[in-house]
Design a protein around this ligand. Structure first.
Ligand code: AGP
Length: 605
């Protein structure tokens, strides 16, 4: 979704703003723009398209000044166009905005009645004009008046011509940080944008306001009282947010999975047992749940699907997995005895956040699996297990999924032990196997060339099927999503046993099938399903565990993952599926890290 940045300091702000925006490109966008205070006037440059288009414009005319705001827009109200691009406003007040103003039509009508004219189709322009309408020489009072009238979500960067040495920022339901450097201060939607300048930043709470000059940042609470805030220090550097020699962030992040999984599990092992007490999960609490709901979107929801199989199998607790956008409107039957687990890499996904609030309203206990420190979901949930993937820049989630699974294993073992479903010895043995997973992920990466070969065979396919049973089915969902989102080849994941109830009619020699068959107890049944598609002409790629064999002629290509117990195969099998998707996208010449129409952090419904 949109990215916003702001700068006040000693450098040419246009350069800093474009550089900072380039670190937010992963969020997804279709246009970009900046506003710079140039000799007392607000000068705007903006255009549709990638940042390079804006750079070209700035090569012709770059506004000179050390104060400015910038924006990458992901269109919601009005098509991507120069006019609809941010910043919006007039000579007196100009803003950038991330979020959606729900009552913008009402406000627009009011402002039209006051003689204002609108040039764009955006909701943002109404906020800019409302600021202008209420402006009385006091920016802080004006901003407060406006946020009291708008409904929806917003992170706003604001410039007033009469205050040429400062910018203002406020947020609600959209992420925003304010960063403090040496003689320069910034604001941004996310940490990677500020790392080149400083590692120190402040997390803005709902409706807190920041007034930012080059050497001072003043914060105000929602009642306009000055407040002190605690500084945060980014625990990763520029390098973690750069490609580091890899062709794409996605490939780099696939290779980082082993380390990320170690970082997520190792600090949570005590005496060989899982220990999530730092997250507020005590054995006492884990004993009492009637039912568990796992709620998330996209990849995070797929991690939840694996979680359902794991928890039900080992802890024997009923688990329902929901897509957050459905959960929030399906009137779920929740009680105080239920645990609702929200999974989110960004911690800002609008539907997941709404699901969290719904669960809280019903009195259920809420536990968030979140990667981004201090994000809304992490802050609002009763308990949080931080996954330690580090910054994930590629829109296609890879290492974030691996760490979500790693955290799910920890939780499953702790739940199963607390509920007396596994003994201490069994729990220790599972933990030992989990500790070996990071090395096995590294070993699994050795199938890279085979995946490249498979990708070369998929290039011209129009559609693909992923099939599997049990955990293999849950995992295939993620393989299928990876392929379609970055290579634009349609694919579906199907429970292998369900194919013959309809979908098999689609299978021809034009429909490749990727079959995951790593579950030893289900192997023969899955092989029967593989034979069914093979005999209808499909080219079949089969993923097996080391030591498993499939009859000659059933598979066109076999990829093997290392030998592990059945419950651990998803965290390894995902690696070849990610690599197949990655190489297919590369070979097709797609924009791997920034696939069309997608945003990294989906902050709208
Ligand atoms: C998958 O590659 C996507 N990035 C997407 O499905 C993502 O997992 C989903 O939008 C949820 O995001 P979140 O984890 O930040 O909540």
């Amino acid at each position: 979704m949109c990215g916003i940045v702001g700068y006040v300091g000693k450098r040419n702000s246009a350069d800093v703003l474009v550089d900072a925006l380039s670190k937010l490109e992963y969020r997804g966008y279709d246009s970009a723009g900046i506003a710079v205070m140039e000799q007392g006037d607000i000068v705007v440059e903006k255009c549709q398209g990638k940042l390079d288009n804006l750079r070209e414009r700035l090569a012709v005319h770059k506004p000179q000044g050390m104060v400015g705001i910038g924006h990458t827009r992901w269109a919601t109200h009005g098509e991507p166009s120069d006019i609809n691009s941010h910043p919006h406003g007039n000579k007196r007040v100009t803003i950038v905005h991330n979020g959606i103003i729900e009552n913008y039509l009402e406000i627009k009508e009011f402002l039209l009645g006051q003689g204002y004219h609108f040039v764009s189709e955006t909701d943002t322009e109404t906020v800019a004009k409302l600021l202008d309408y209420y402006y009385d020489g006091n920016p802080i009072k004006t901003i407060h008046k406006v946020v009291n009238e708008i409904r929806g979500s917003y992170a706003l960067g604001i410039m007033f011509r009469e205050f040429p040495d400062r910018i203002f920022a406020i947020r609600k339901d959209s992420p925003l940080i304010v960063a403090s450097g040496e003689g320069e201060n910034l604001l941004a939607s996310d940490v990677p944008a500020i790392l080149k300048y400083t590692k120190n930043y402040y997390l803005m709470e709902e409706n807190e306001l920041a007034e930012i000059t080059a050497d001072q940042i003043n914060f105000y609470d929602p009642h306009m009282n000055p407040i002190e805030k605690e500084v945060q220090v980014a625990n990763f550097d520029m390098e973690a947010a750069e490609k580091g020699g890899f062709a794409h962030f996605m490939l780099k992040e696939i290779y980082e999975q082993s380390k990320a999984v170690s970082t997520t599990i190792l600090p949570r092992i005590k005496d060989g047992m899982p220990d999530l007490s730092e997250c507020g999960l005590t054995a006492e609490l884990l004993k009492g749940f009637r039912k568990i709901f796992i709620v998330a979107c996209g990849t995070a929801m797929h991690a939840g699907m694996v979680g359902k199989y794991l928890i039900e199998r080992l802890a024997r607790i009923d688990v329902t997995v929901d897509i957050a956008s459905e959960f929030r409107y399906r009137d779920p039957i929740l009680s105080e005895d239920d645990l609702v687990i929200l999974i989110s890499q960004s911690g800002e996904t609008a539907d997941t956040k709404a699901a969290l609030h719904l669960a809280k309203d019903h009195g259920a206990k809420t536990l968030a699996f979140v990667n981004v420190k201090g994000s809304s979901i992490a802050r609002d949930a009763d308990m949080v297990i931080y996954t330690h993937a580090g910054p994930e820049i590629s829109v296609a989630s890879t290492k974030a999924y691996a760490v979500q699974l790693a955290a799910m294993y920890l939780l499953t073992f702790e739940l199963a032990y607390a509920n007396g479903k596994i003994s201490k010895e069994e729990c220790r043995s599972y933990m030992e196997q989990l500790t070996a997973i990071p090395d096995l992920i590294t070993k699994t990466l050795e199938v890279k060339e085979e995946c490249q070969f498979v990708a070369s065979k998929l290039l011209n396919a129009e559609s693909l099927l992923y099939i599997g049973r049990g955990l293999d089915y849950a995992l295939s969902m993620e393989g299928s999503l990876k392929l379609k989102e970055i290579s634009y080849i349609h694919s579906e994941s199907y429970a292998a046993g369900e194919l013959k109830h309809g979908t098999i009619s689609l299978v021809t020699d034009q429909m490749p099938v990727i079959a995951v068959a790593t579950q030893t107890d289900l192997f023969e049944k899955t092989v029967s399903n593989i034979k069914e598609v093979k005999s209808r002409g499909a080219k079949v790629i089969v993923v097996l565990k080391d030591g498993m064999k499939i009859e000659e002629g059933v598979a066109d290509h076999v990829i093997k993952i290392p030998q592990v117990e059945n419950i651990f195969t998803p965290i390894l099998t995902v690696v070849p599926l990610q690599l197949i998707a990655y190489y297919t996208s590369v070979l097709k010449g797609c924009d791997v890290d920034k696939p069309r129409n997608l945003a990294k952090s989906v902050t709208v419904e």
